[in-house]
Ligand binder design. Structure first.
Ligand SMILES: [Zn+2]
Length: 180
Protein backbone atom coordinates (compact mmCIF):
# COMPACT_ATOMS: atom_id res chain seq x y z
CA UNK A 1 0.00 0.00 0.00
CA UNK A 2 2.96 2.32 0.41
CA UNK A 3 2.31 5.60 2.19
CA UNK A 4 -1.10 6.35 0.57
CA UNK A 5 -4.43 5.83 2.28
CA UNK A 6 -6.89 3.13 1.26
CA UNK A 7 -9.22 4.07 -1.57
CA UNK A 8 -12.84 4.34 -0.52
CA UNK A 9 -13.80 1.65 -3.07
CA UNK A 10 -11.20 -0.67 -1.59
CA UNK A 11 -12.63 -0.04 1.88
CA UNK A 12 -16.09 -0.93 0.59
CA UNK A 13 -14.78 -4.12 -0.98
CA UNK A 14 -13.00 -5.01 2.21
CA UNK A 15 -16.10 -4.44 4.35
CA UNK A 16 -18.46 -6.10 1.87
CA UNK A 17 -16.69 -9.42 2.22
CA UNK A 18 -13.62 -9.26 0.01
CA UNK A 19 -11.40 -8.96 3.03
CA UNK A 20 -7.80 -7.94 2.70
CA UNK A 21 -5.19 -8.35 5.41
CA UNK A 22 -3.34 -5.34 4.01
CA UNK A 23 -6.40 -3.10 4.23
CA UNK A 24 -7.16 -4.37 7.72
CA UNK A 25 -3.66 -3.67 8.88
CA UNK A 26 -3.67 -0.17 7.39
CA UNK A 27 -7.07 0.73 8.82
CA UNK A 28 -6.02 -0.52 12.24
CA UNK A 29 -3.07 1.83 12.18
CA UNK A 30 -4.61 4.85 10.41
CA UNK A 31 -7.04 7.21 12.06
CA UNK A 32 -8.11 8.75 8.77
CA UNK A 33 -8.90 5.41 7.15
CA UNK A 34 -10.67 4.21 10.31
CA UNK A 35 -12.93 7.24 9.89
CA UNK A 36 -13.42 6.48 6.18
CA UNK A 37 -14.10 2.81 6.97
CA UNK A 38 -16.87 3.82 9.39
CA UNK A 39 -18.48 5.89 6.62
CA UNK A 40 -18.12 3.01 4.19
CA UNK A 41 -19.76 0.66 6.71
CA UNK A 42 -22.72 3.04 7.17
CA UNK A 43 -23.11 3.24 3.41
CA UNK A 44 -23.07 -0.55 3.08
CA UNK A 45 -25.62 -0.99 5.84
CA UNK A 46 -27.92 1.61 4.30
CA UNK A 47 -27.57 -0.15 0.96
CA UNK A 48 -28.49 -3.49 2.50
CA UNK A 49 -31.53 -2.00 4.22
CA UNK A 50 -32.64 -0.38 0.99
CA UNK A 51 -32.16 -3.63 -0.88
CA UNK A 52 -34.18 -5.68 1.60
CA UNK A 53 -36.84 -3.18 2.66
CA UNK A 54 -39.21 -3.40 -0.33
CA UNK A 55 -39.24 -7.20 -0.22
CA UNK A 56 -41.31 -8.23 2.78
CA UNK A 57 -41.04 -11.72 4.10
CA UNK A 58 -44.19 -13.85 4.09
CA UNK A 59 -44.40 -13.46 7.84
CA UNK A 60 -44.14 -9.67 7.63
CA UNK A 61 -46.82 -9.64 4.97
CA UNK A 62 -49.12 -11.78 7.12
CA UNK A 63 -48.53 -9.55 10.12
CA UNK A 64 -49.21 -6.42 8.10
CA UNK A 65 -52.37 -7.94 6.68
CA UNK A 66 -53.66 -8.98 10.08
CA UNK A 67 -52.99 -5.53 11.52
CA UNK A 68 -54.84 -4.03 8.57
CA UNK A 69 -57.75 -6.43 9.04
CA UNK A 70 -58.00 -5.80 12.76
CA UNK A 71 -58.00 -2.07 12.15
CA UNK A 72 -60.37 -1.87 9.21
CA UNK A 73 -62.39 -5.06 8.86
CA UNK A 74 -65.81 -5.54 10.39
CA UNK A 75 -65.96 -7.75 13.49
CA UNK A 76 -64.70 -11.21 12.78
CA UNK A 77 -67.23 -13.91 12.09
CA UNK A 78 -66.83 -16.82 14.46
CA UNK A 79 -67.75 -20.40 13.79
CA UNK A 80 -69.96 -22.42 16.06
CA UNK A 81 -68.78 -25.89 16.96
CA UNK A 82 -71.09 -28.83 16.70
CA UNK A 83 -71.26 -30.57 20.07
CA UNK A 84 -74.12 -32.93 19.41
CA UNK A 85 -75.62 -34.57 16.36
CA UNK A 86 -78.15 -37.23 17.24
CA UNK A 87 -77.65 -38.70 13.78
CA UNK A 88 -74.06 -39.69 14.54
CA UNK A 89 -74.15 -39.74 18.36
CA UNK A 90 -77.59 -41.05 19.22
CA UNK A 91 -78.12 -40.30 22.88
CA UNK A 92 -80.95 -42.51 24.19
CA UNK A 93 -82.65 -39.68 26.05
CA UNK A 94 -82.65 -37.47 22.98
CA UNK A 95 -83.66 -40.22 20.59
CA UNK A 96 -86.58 -41.46 22.63
CA UNK A 97 -88.05 -37.96 22.77
CA UNK A 98 -88.82 -37.65 19.08
CA UNK A 99 -87.68 -40.59 17.00
CA UNK A 100 -88.52 -38.83 13.74
CA UNK A 101 -86.34 -35.85 14.41
CA UNK A 102 -82.65 -35.22 14.48
CA UNK A 103 -81.15 -32.90 17.06
CA UNK A 104 -78.05 -30.85 16.58
CA UNK A 105 -76.43 -28.53 19.05
CA UNK A 106 -73.76 -25.92 18.35
CA UNK A 107 -71.78 -23.92 20.85
CA UNK A 108 -69.53 -20.92 20.59
CA UNK A 109 -70.35 -17.24 20.84
CA UNK A 110 -73.93 -18.48 21.25
CA UNK A 111 -75.65 -21.81 21.66
CA UNK A 112 -77.84 -22.96 18.82
CA UNK A 113 -80.02 -26.04 18.98
CA UNK A 114 -81.99 -27.36 16.05
CA UNK A 115 -84.56 -30.04 15.62
CA UNK A 116 -84.58 -31.21 12.03
CA UNK A 117 -87.51 -33.23 10.79
CA UNK A 118 -88.82 -34.39 7.46
CA UNK A 119 -91.06 -32.05 5.52
CA UNK A 120 -92.45 -32.08 1.99
CA UNK A 121 -89.51 -31.57 -0.43
CA UNK A 122 -86.98 -31.10 2.32
CA UNK A 123 -86.76 -30.58 6.04
CA UNK A 124 -88.25 -28.42 8.72
CA UNK A 125 -85.74 -26.84 11.05
CA UNK A 126 -86.97 -25.61 14.41
CA UNK A 127 -84.21 -23.91 16.27
CA UNK A 128 -83.41 -21.91 19.32
CA UNK A 129 -80.65 -19.38 19.88
CA UNK A 130 -79.37 -18.74 23.41
CA UNK A 131 -79.15 -15.97 24.43
CA UNK A 132 -82.28 -15.01 22.54
CA UNK A 133 -81.24 -11.40 22.03
CA UNK A 134 -77.93 -12.27 20.34
CA UNK A 135 -79.38 -11.47 16.92
CA UNK A 136 -82.72 -10.68 15.33
CA UNK A 137 -82.61 -13.21 12.52
CA UNK A 138 -81.01 -16.33 11.17
CA UNK A 139 -79.95 -16.65 7.55
CA UNK A 140 -79.72 -20.02 5.89
CA UNK A 141 -77.98 -20.51 2.58
CA UNK A 142 -77.77 -23.73 0.67
CA UNK A 143 -78.04 -24.81 -2.94
CA UNK A 144 -77.81 -21.22 -4.09
CA UNK A 145 -80.75 -19.76 -2.18
CA UNK A 146 -80.73 -17.67 0.94
CA UNK A 147 -83.61 -17.71 3.37
CA UNK A 148 -84.18 -15.71 6.48
CA UNK A 149 -86.06 -16.45 9.67
CA UNK A 150 -86.74 -13.96 12.41
CA UNK A 151 -85.61 -14.93 15.89
CA UNK A 152 -88.54 -14.72 18.29
CA UNK A 153 -88.37 -13.20 21.77
CA UNK A 154 -87.80 -16.70 23.14
CA UNK A 155 -84.90 -17.27 20.74
CA UNK A 156 -86.75 -19.58 18.38
CA UNK A 157 -86.58 -19.65 14.61
CA UNK A 158 -88.13 -21.81 11.92
CA UNK A 159 -87.14 -22.83 8.41
CA UNK A 160 -88.38 -25.04 5.65
CA UNK A 161 -85.27 -25.95 3.70
CA UNK A 162 -84.27 -28.23 0.88
CA UNK A 163 -81.90 -31.02 1.75
CA UNK A 164 -78.22 -30.47 1.19
CA UNK A 165 -75.31 -28.65 2.78
CA UNK A 166 -76.50 -25.43 4.34
CA UNK A 167 -74.68 -22.52 5.97
CA UNK A 168 -76.37 -20.65 8.79
CA UNK A 169 -75.51 -17.17 9.87
CA UNK A 170 -76.62 -15.70 13.18
CA UNK A 171 -75.20 -12.23 13.75
CA UNK A 172 -71.42 -12.52 13.54
CA UNK A 173 -71.54 -16.24 14.12
CA UNK A 174 -71.97 -18.97 11.61
CA UNK A 175 -72.46 -22.66 11.13
CA UNK A 176 -70.76 -24.00 8.03
CA UNK A 177 -72.03 -26.72 5.78
CA UNK A 178 -74.52 -28.49 7.98
CA UNK A 179 -75.75 -31.45 5.97
CA UNK A 180 -79.51 -31.45 6.14
ZN1 LIG B 1 -5.04 5.61 5.81
Amino acid sequence: MGTGHIAFAALLDHLAGRESAQVAAHVAACESCTHEAAAARRLLEAGRRAATAPTMTKKQRRTARSIFKQAFAPPRVSLLKMVLDSLTQPAPAVRSGAPEARFVRFEGAVTVEMQISKAPRGVEVRGQVTPADYATRVEAEGTGRRRTSAIGPDGTFLFRLPRGETDFRIGNTRINKLRL
